[in-house]
Design a protein around this ligand. Structure first.
Ligand SMILES: NC(=O)c1ccc[n+]([C@@H]2O[C@H](COP(=O)([O-])OP(=O)(O)OC[C@H]3O[C@@H](n4cnc5c(N)ncnc54)[C@H](OP(=O)(O)O)[C@@H]3O)[C@@H](O)[C@H]2O)c1
Length: 258
């Protein structure tokens, strides 16, 4: 039986993806640390959508956890034809202030786990000549963001890898899209110690990310920007010097004004 695997499914954007895929009749493997939240969501989705939902509780900051996620799916005979790499975290503040443990955690979850999970599940998709991957990057991926340097660098990794994969997988039956949201209304900012009240862009709801990613996959896009403002900002980068782009990103994120 085929499943859609979603990391970071316990809340925020990943939860929104889970609801949308369940609504579309996909069986789900939900991955995150918050087992209780995942169980409640899984039960609701089983009841409402009649799909099969498996809960895989893992801390993706551990190097072995992507392998355990893969083994979990094998053990449950859950083939994965849709993969959503959504788990992620940030930490507001200048780079020289980030505790080393937090630095490792951000790198492990945002980059290492994302790359390992993709690497583990991709060969099966290629062998079946069928698969879709949604990678949740960020507008921050497009330039270094002062006050979010590490986070923006990890999202650049997600975007760059997605772009290369997009081309490598042409003709192999597997699609990849990177979705690059601006600011989305989740607990993400609070968890990162980033005062969302200071942000200088409107905050959108999670649905815009899901919608943009699904449309992007359908239209075979390599990267998508969920709102008009996101798209306008990306376009404006063509007109400004790199120094201005970086300063503007810092101004909009307003992390250093906390
Ligand atoms: N919100 C925004 O404005 C925004 C903008 C651009 C991009 N994004 C990206 O969108 C993705 C989702 O963000 P969100 O806004 O939905 O944030 P969120 O509400 O904080 O959700 C983050 C998700 O990642 C999971 N996660 C974090 N650390 C984990 C770990 N060590 N192991 C396993 N799972 C872990 C969390 O689950 P547990 O805590 O249960 O483990 C949660 O499900 C992230 O990749 C983020 O970088 C967000």
């Amino acid at each position: 039986m085929m499943f859609t695997l979603i990391t970071g499914a316990s809340m925020g954007i990943g939860e929104a993806f889970s609801r949308e895929f369940a609504r579309r009749g996909h069986n789900l493997v939900l991955v995150a640390r918050s087992g209780d939240r995942l169980q409640v969501l899984a039960e609701e989705l089983r009841q409402v959508s009649g799909v099969e939902v498996k809960v895989c509780v893992e801390d993706l900051s551990h190097a072995e956890s992507p392998g355990r996620v893969y083994e979990f799916c094998r053990r449950h005979s859950a083939g994965v034809d849709f993969l959503v790499n959504c788990a992620g975290l940030s930490r507001a503040g200048d780079f020289d202030d980030i505790p080393l443990g937090k630095l490792e955690e951000i790198i492990m979850v945002n980059m290492t786990a994302m790359a390992r999970i993709t690497r583990l599940f991709l060969p099966d998709m290629v062998a079946r000549r069928e698969g879709s991957i949604i990678n949740v990057a960020s507008l921050g991926a497009l330039q270094g963001v002062p006050g979010l340097g590490l986070y923006s660098a990890t999202k650049a990794f997600v975007l760059t890898l997605s772009e290369a994969l997009y081309e490598e997988l042409k003709g192999k039956g597997v699609k990849v899209v990177a979705v690059c949201p601006g600011f989305i209304n989740t607990g993400f900012f609070e968890r990162a110690g980033h005062n969302a009240a200071n942000l200088r862009l409107p905050i959108s709801e999670t649905g815009v990310v899901v919608k943009a990613a699904m449309k992007g996959l359908r239209n075979n896009k390599v990267r998508v920007f969920p709102t008009l403002i996101d798209t306008a900002l990306v376009f404006s980068q063509r007109l400004a010097s790199r120094k201005i782009v970086i300063r503007l990103a810092g101004f909009i994120a307003a992390v250093r004004e906390n």
